[in-house]
Design a protein around this ligand. Structure first.
Ligand SMILES: C[S@@+](CC[C@H](N)C(=O)[O-])C[C@H]1O[C@@H](n2cnc3c(N)ncnc32)[C@H](O)[C@@H]1O
Length: 231
């Protein structure tokens, strides 16, 4: 993967960035996503935010090698602190981090969001707490995708702040739109996960140290939901 050839995962993220967006890509690493989008003429400007020095320097290099210093600002910053009011950000991507981390970055950076920006989120696990945050903060999920690459199932969640929205516990777990669409990729993901969760539940029963009841109940509920889903 590089700024010319994105991974399938980042290619699908790119597809959800609106044309001419002013994009903030937080946790940008090499800045492949904003650079690829800019080279295609798909976005107007971008901020690439990085908290760690090595990826920050990689991002600076990619932007410089592509001659995009005037269009893409690379900033060393924690989470949404990379965004400045004058950026006029219209789309925000947070990709390749755990769902809880993405949630925490959104939550601690809330004051930097004006509420009009589209969120394009690609969590590696932890989708449920991330969807919970979206609901609690009046974001509606507009699009959801599951894709498989390198033997890993990736999820993409696109959301915008539209006003109060209510999702059930099962919808927060699976994704409300996934539950409707039931795409082959989505069902295949849960078909792969079901036996793993069943095995963990069986291991809990055999564990030498008792597993906390709340943990057992949560996993039992998940196994029930998945079994119903695959019906
Ligand atoms: C696995 S990489 C993903 C890179 C790219 N977004 C992608 O999806 O391919 C995660 C990146 O997020 C950065 N990161 C983690 N926590 C961060 C934070 N609080 N603020 C900004 N960047 C962060 C890491 O330094 C790392 O470069």
């Amino acid at each position: 993967m590089n700024e010319h050839t994105l991974s399938l995962r980042l290619e699908r993220v790119a597809a959800h960035v609106p044309l001419d967006a002013r994009l903030a890509d937080i946790g940008s690493d090499h800045a492949y996503l904003p650079v690829a989008l800019m080279n295609r003429g798909a976005i107007a400007s971008a901020v690439a935010g990085e908290v760690a020095l090595t990826p920050f320097h990689s991002a600076v290099r990619t932007v410089r090698e592509n001659g995009l210093e005037q269009r893409i600002s690379v900033r060393l910053a924690n989470g949404l602190e990379a965004i400045e009011p004058g950026d006029g950000i219209t789309a925000l991507s947070l990709c390749g981090m755990g769902g809880e981390t993405i949630r925490d970055l959104l939550d601690s950076g809330k004051a930097r969001l004006h509420g009009e920006e589209r969120l394009i989120l690609q969590p590696n696990g932890g989708e449920q707490p991330l969807r919970q945050w979206l609901m609690d903060n009046t974001y509606r999920i507009l699009c959801e995708e599951v894709l498989r690459e390198n033997r890993f199932d990736y999820e993409i969640i696109v959301a915008e702040r539209t006003g109060p929205v209510l999702y059930t516990a099962a919808q927060l777990y699976f994704g409300p739109l996934h539950m409707q669409a039931r795409t082959p990729a989505f069902l295949a993901k849960w078909r792969r996960l079901l036996p793993l969760k069943q095995r963990t539940l069986a291991d809990f029963a055999q564990a030498r140290q008792p597993v906390p009841e709340a943990k057992v109940q949560a996993l039992t509920q998940q196994v029930q939901w998945i079994t119903q889903l695959l019906g």
